[in-house]
Design a protein around this ligand. Sequence first.
Ligand SMILES: C[S@@+](CC[C@H](N)C(=O)[O-])C[C@H]1O[C@@H](n2cnc3c(N)ncnc32)[C@H](O)[C@@H]1O
Length: 310
Amino acid sequence: MPGLEYRCSELPAKQWPFAIMEPLDHRGTASQWLTDRGWNCRWIFWEGDFIHNAELWNDLQTLGLAEHNASNQSWLLFTPCPILETSIDLVETELRKLYREPLSCLDIGCGSGRDLAWLLARKTDANVPMWQAVAIDSSEGAVQRTRIICKNMAMANQLISGINAKVLVNGDWRLVEKGNPGLAVKDGQMERLMPGYPTLQFFTQEIQRLLNHNIPPQYDMIITIRFLVRSILPQLPQLLKPGGFLIISHFVDHEDYTYDQPRPEHRLQVNELANLYGSMPGISIIVDKLEHVEDGRPVNSFIIRKDRGV
Ligand SMILES: C[S@@+](CC[C@H](N)C(=O)[O-])C[C@H]1O[C@@H](n2cnc3c(N)ncnc32)[C@H](O)[C@@H]1O
């Protein structure tokens, strides 16, 4: 199934039924591949005369069942993390009082880049892209998938950089280089090859120098979704511009819910974020709520704003 395996992150969630269309000479291939992997291809069409039946498409449009893709840009088949979807209008309205578009976003632990792709697809009323972004993940494959989804959606120029970097347990950051997992054996001892850098130094000096990119040192918005390295949480406001927003949504260890993954030590504690950021000067808590991911596990969705004068 050439190409499809690299584009799974563009598909709807597995519990959502969707329609696919297969070329006549490859009947059954894509649908079988998707069904074997748990997707719900409820309706399967084969390419044929009806594709060129203008009357059919007009009728479908009139009934609101089809839409003309005037811009020829890929449509998103998925929805983002709920807190991003429900809060983005407020975030954009507030940020646009202070800054011009494109607004800047940093996604830490970006995974396949779905939330970022959704964000980058947003436009102003004048049809100008609202956002540009830097995506960071310790997995090279994840960074690659983020680049691919942005390219497929004709938004590659809005992805300022996809950076393969790891947040270390102590809260420092280290670039992950190809063929350099960060450890090497020297004299029978495991030795670290690349040092980690404290948050501010990493963003203001190291990645600028090493990647020779114009990476912003501070962002209008930072998102970190289903990703937790606790030690960076107190540092993140340093990476926000005055008036900028930090959106965190991560699994929470809550007495009303029992689940296996992530393990309890990799979950937030109830009120952990509120206690941390609530006592931090120059920070306002905007949202603090319990939500659920598709399979029912609880997440703490949390938004803070850095004061404008900071
Ligand atoms: C559960 S996924 C979430 C991805 C995405 N934010 C989402 O919600 O779909 C967590 C991501 O964090 C990345 N990750 C895990 N530990 C990391 C670390 N120490 N530094 C950077 N990225 C890390 C993983 O490679 C993975 O892509």
